[in-house]
Design a binder for this molecule. Structure first.
Ligand SMILES: CC(C)(COP(=O)(O)OP(=O)(O)OC[C@H]1O[C@@H](n2cnc3c(N)ncnc32)[C@H](O)[C@@H]1OP(=O)(O)O)[C@@H](O)C(=O)NCCC(=O)NCCS
Length: 437
C-alpha cells in the first residue's frame, strides 16, 4: 500500500491526520491551520474561531481524513510558516446510489488545493495517486469528486458521471402545474431541518441513482444554522411536504434575495423530495409565494420532471449543463459486480488505466436479474475497448457509450456492443446528485 505519510521529495513532507473537533486536543491547531489553508486555496476569507470550531465538529462527524503537504526546512522570514500546508486534500467515505437501490461505499475526495507558489511540482499528482491506491488497498471500488475545472482530473482516471444545471423559474401568472396537489405543504421553523433534513435525505438516497449520502454540513446549511460565511443565516425559510398519510417526505429551504434585487427572487437553498408528489407539490408551493416573480435553483436536475409538469415549460430558463459528479473506478470487477444490470447481455470489456489500478479485460454476463457474473477474460477478443474514465462516465447511465463511441473515446469492436452497454448500464431514473462536497 502507498504510504500517504511518506516524504514525496526532499522538499516536502506529507501528513495525513483525522479531523479533530476538541480545542484541547493536541491536533486541533494543525486542523484549524489546515482549514485556513483550504480557504486560502479557494480565495475565501480568513476564517474566525467560530467558523473553525463549527467546521471541525462537522468534519469530525464525517470522519474526514485531512492531508497536508508541508515544506521541509525553513521558509523566508515573514512568509507563511512551515506549519501552514502548501497543499491540502481531504477524503471521507459515503455511500453512492448506483441504481436500483444499491449502495457502493466510495472514497470522496475534496478540499484539493495547492498554493500558487508551489503549483506544477507534482504535488496534486503525489497526493491523489497515493490516496487512490490506499483506498483501493482498503477494499473500496470507487472514488468520487466534484471538480472546479474540467481539465484536471481526467488524467487521474475520473470521468464525468452526472450533470446539473441552474434554473430560473418565472412564477408569475404563466406558472401553472398540471394536476392537483397530492399532499400538503406547511411552512416551518427552519431549525426543524436539523433533525428532519437527514431523515428525508435518507429516503432520497435509497431512491435516487447518482445520489451520494450527505455530509454533516448539509443539515446545517438547510436549516440556516450556518451560511457560507460561517455565521447563522437568518434569512433562510423552510417548508415541509407531508404525503396523504401525513408523513413527511420532502422539504425546501429558501431565502429571499431582497427588495433591491429585481425581479423579486426566492433562491432555493436546498430542495429534497422523496417522492414525485413531494417534488411537484413543493414547486407548487414555491410558485405560489406572494410578491415573488422568480425562483432560482443552482442544483437542478437536467432531466427535470418540473419542465413536463408545467403548462408552459418556457417558464424555466436554464443555464448550460455542467458536469457535477466525477467517478473513478478503483477496482473494475468489484464495481461491475456491485451494479444491477437491468437487461440480459454479455460483453467483453477491455479497460485501460494509466494509473494501473483498474485496467484489464473482463467478461460481463448479466441475465437481467440481481447478480451479474464478472470474470477475467481468458484470451477472448474485446467487444468494447475503453479507458477507465469512460467506464466511470457510463457507470450510472448518464452518459451513453454510443455517444462516447461516436466521439472516438470508446472503440466498438463488435457491432451493437455500445448500444448493448447503454442498455446494460441504464438505471431506473435519471442519475442526479444533490450532494456537493
Ligand atoms: C488544480 C491544482 C490542485 C493542481 O495542483 P498541482 O500540484 O499544481 O498539480 P500537479 O503539479 O500535480 O499536476 C498534475 C497534472 O495536472 C495538470 N494540471 C494541474 N492543474 C491543472 C489545471 N488547472 N488545468 C489543467 N491541468 C492541470 C498538470 O499539468 C499535471 O499534468 P501532467 O502530470 O500530465 O504533466 C492547483 O492548481 C490548485 O490548487 N488550484 C486552485 C484550487 C483548485 O482548483 N482545486 C481543485 C478543486 S476541485
Amino acid at each position: 500500500m502507498a504510504d500517504p505519510n511518506e516524504k514525496m521529495s526532499g522538499k516536502y513532507t506529507v501528513q495525513r491526520f483525522p479531523a479533530v473537533a476538541d480545542p484541547d486536543d493536541a491536533g486541533y491547531s494543525r486542523c484549524t491551520t489546515w482549514v485556513q489553508a483550504v480557504s486560502h486555496g479557494f480565495h475565501q476569507q480568513r476564517r474566525d474561531d467560530e467558523y473553525l470550531a463549527k467546521t471541525l465538529v462537522a468534519y469530525q462527524k464525517d470522519k474526514r481524513e485531512l492531508t497536508g503537504v508541508y515544506v521541509n526546512g525553513t521558509v523566508p522570514v515573514h512568509s507563511l510558516g512551515t506549519d501552514v500546508p502548501v497543499a491540502t486534500y481531504a477524503t471521507m467515505r459515503k455511500d453512492l446510489n448506483i441504481g436500483f437501490g444499491r449502495q457502493l461505499e466510495s472514497n470522496l475526495v475534496t478540499a484539493v488545493t495547492v498554493r500558487g507558489t508551489h503549483r506544477r511540482n507534482g504535488i496534486l499528482r503525489g497526493m491523489i495517486t497515493a490516496d487512490l491506491e490506499a483506498a483501493k488497498d482498503d477494499g473500496l471500488a470507487m472514488a468520487a469528486l466534484t471538480a472546479s475545472e474540467a481539465s484536471i482530473y481526467g488524467r487521474f482516471g475520473f470521468g464525468v458521471a452526472t450533470f446539473e444545471r441552474s434554473i430560473k423559474v418565472d412564477t408569475g401568472p404563466r406558472f401553472r402545474l398540471r394536476g392537483q396537489p397530492l399532499g400538503t405543504v406547511e411552512v416551518a421553523d427552519p431549525a426543524v431541518l436539523l433533525d428532519v433534513a437527514p431523515q428525508v435525505f435518507e429516503r432520497v438516497q435509497r431512491l435516487s441513482p447518482g445520489s451520494i449520502d450527505r455530509q454533516e454540513y448539509y443539515r446545517l446549511l438547510a436549516s440556516g444554522s450556518i451560511g457560507h460565511d460561517g455565521k447563522p443565516d437568518t434569512s433562510v425559510r423552510c417548508a415541509l411536504h407531508y404525503d396523504l398519510s401525513g408523513s413527511l417526505d420532502g422539504y425546501v429551504s429558501y431565502r429571499f434575495k431582497g427588495w433591491d434585487h429585481k425581479p423579486y427572487t426566492m433562491e432555493i437553498v436546498d430542495l429534497v423530495a422523496a417522492s414525485n408528489a413531494a417534488y411537484l407539490d413543493l414547486w407548487r408551493f414555491l410558485g405560489s409565494i406572494d410578491l415573488i416573480d422568480e425562483v432560482t435553483w443552482a442544483e437542478a436536475p437536467v432531466d427535470d420532471p418540473l419542465a413536463w409538469a408545467l403548462d408552459d415549460p418556457r417558464c424555466i430558463e436554464a443555464s448550460e449543463i455542467r458536469d457535477m459528479l466525477w467517478l473513478r473506478i478503483l477496482d473494475t470487477p468489484a464495481a461491475l459486480r456491485a451494479r444491477c444490470f437491468p437487461v440480459a447481455g454479455r460483453l467483453v470489456l477491455e479497460v485501460s488505466d494509466s494509473l494501473d489500478l483498474a485496467g484489464g479485460t473482463w467478461v460481463l454476463e448479466s441475465d437481467g436479474g440481481a447478480a451479474a457474473v464478472v470474470n477475467e477474460a481468458s484470451g477472448e477478443a474485446p467487444d468494447l475497448i475503453l479507458d477507465v474514465t469512460d467506464l466511470a462516465s457510463i457507470y450510472l447511465g448518464a452518459v451513453s457509450p454510443v455517444t462516447l463511441a461516436a466521439a472516438g473515446r470508446v472503440s466498438e469492436k463488435a457491432a451493437g456492443a455500445a448500444f448493448l452497454a447503454q442498455q446494460l448500464f441504464a438505471v431506473e431514473r435519471s442519475a442526479h446528485c444533490l450532494t456537493h462536497f
